[in-house]
Design a protein around this ligand. Sequence first.
Ligand SMILES: Cc1cc2nc3c(=O)[nH]c(=O)nc-3n(C[C@H](O)[C@H](O)[C@H](O)COP(=O)(O)OP(=O)(O)OC[C@H]3O[C@@H](n4cnc5c(N)ncnc54)[C@H](O)[C@@H]3O)c2cc1C
Length: 467
Amino acid sequence: MTAFQEQAAALLGPKGFLTDPAALAPHIRDWRGIFQGAAIGMALPASTAEAAALVRLCRDHGISIVPQGGNTGLSGAATPDAGGNNLVVNMRRMNRIRALDPLNNTIVVEAGCILADIQSAAAQADRLFPLSLAAEGSCQIGGNLSTNAGGINVLRYGNARDLTLGLEVVLADGSVLDVLGGLRKDNTGYDLKQFFIGAEGTLGLITAASLKLFPALRRRATALVALGDIAAAPMVLARCRAATADQLVSFELLPRFGLALARQHGGGRLPLDHPADWFLLIEAGSPSEDIDISGSLERALGEGMAAAEIADGLLAESEAQRRELWRLREAMVEAQPREGAGIKHDISVPVAAIPAFIRAATEALAAHDSSLRPLIFGHVGDGNLHFNVLQPAGADPAGFQARTGEINRLVHDCVTAHQGSISAEHGIGQLRREELARLKSPVVLAAMRAVKQALDPDGLFNPGKVL
Ligand SMILES: Cc1cc2nc3c(=O)[nH]c(=O)nc-3n(C[C@H](O)[C@H](O)[C@H](O)COP(=O)(O)OP(=O)(O)OC[C@H]3O[C@@H](n4cnc5c(N)ncnc54)[C@H](O)[C@@H]3O)c2cc1C
């Protein structure tokens, strides 16, 4: 044991500091298995005071800190580099719900709380914590905040940033920045919490958060529609938003190709038998029993059909049917690896530019190599698409993966031409660092470096990520 390891073990106890290679193994590679690193150990602080003392110890010994939540991130941001001078700081032992105030509509949670546990705690108090994504059973709120996670309800409730009222953060000098507050209005100077949200652990260690709650939803209406043409998607969105008094929570794009894959790989049947190329999974929700949310959505869809924007559609008539529709979307995601390698992009463009972007990007890919198979789906109501490019049928997966850089550039150049972002949800991490440097304005990059320099002058937190 090094002197650092001995002192960390003394500080955190046997449950709080691990060096066993078998215990470390799942924490030094990323969820998708793209990045593999090394670590001097893994620390699991159990309180803010322990986390602060740990940061001071790391600073004194020149050990870098890689904050880690559920390690479900998709950009390699929670994976240490291969140098071996990093300490993984996993927050899972800090998993207490500190307070829930149903009248203030707030919940104060520690950073290591699993997202699904926060949702359950809110539901028990007849409230809704709306952040929701497929990894919610494993990801932690600290990771959600550090990636500014999105998910399926952003359209109505915003992303993690919009749901945050305050934070508690251990800074690089080991001091604790307590801006937890539960206030919806507070204009007393800089809004410091914003620096740490979406910072991917590069500016400090989040130990707790104060989050917004909402009235629980009592009625939901869920529809699957076949689009006449992708160009109609923004019009259908506008119609549904207006007709439901802006109670639309999800507006997801599903391609025919993806649904075919879902069926092929055992994901059930397609309840809407229509030869359209594009489908929408639409959900509206109301906290009031008195609002006929189904009727409103049905009316919007009827108007969309009359205007030839929608070719066909159905409304889920039971909770079982609603789940079946959502299961289709999940099955599509799960089916992808069975088709071989895929090169992923998580992009956003202005909602109105979605049809033009999809056309331009698919044409550019086809011109480059007509055997590529784009699988495009996602949170189109937010202008966010998961633009995945699957390997040509029967191709060698490793050979295809080696083309990642070339295909990334092609898609990202199209995103830039449509005033979009190369990371809508998943962050930059290690995966998109070069692309960020290539595409972001030098002025923005310089301002980001200035923030990093001010808050973490010695580069203690998550080196090699984002910048
Ligand atoms: C099946 C699946 C579906 C997904 N769907 C979505 C989706 O719909 N929308 C979406 O946005 N993302 C999605 N993701 C990505 C991922 O779940 C999110 O990025 C999630 O927010 C990461 O949380 P985590 O706890 O796993 O963080 P980790 O992966 O452990 O870490 C992510 C980043 O946060 C930092 N970090 C973690 N905890 C802290 C802390 N306490 N303080 C400071 N920094 C910290 C890490 O250093 C790293 O930079 C999905 C992932 C999977 C596997």
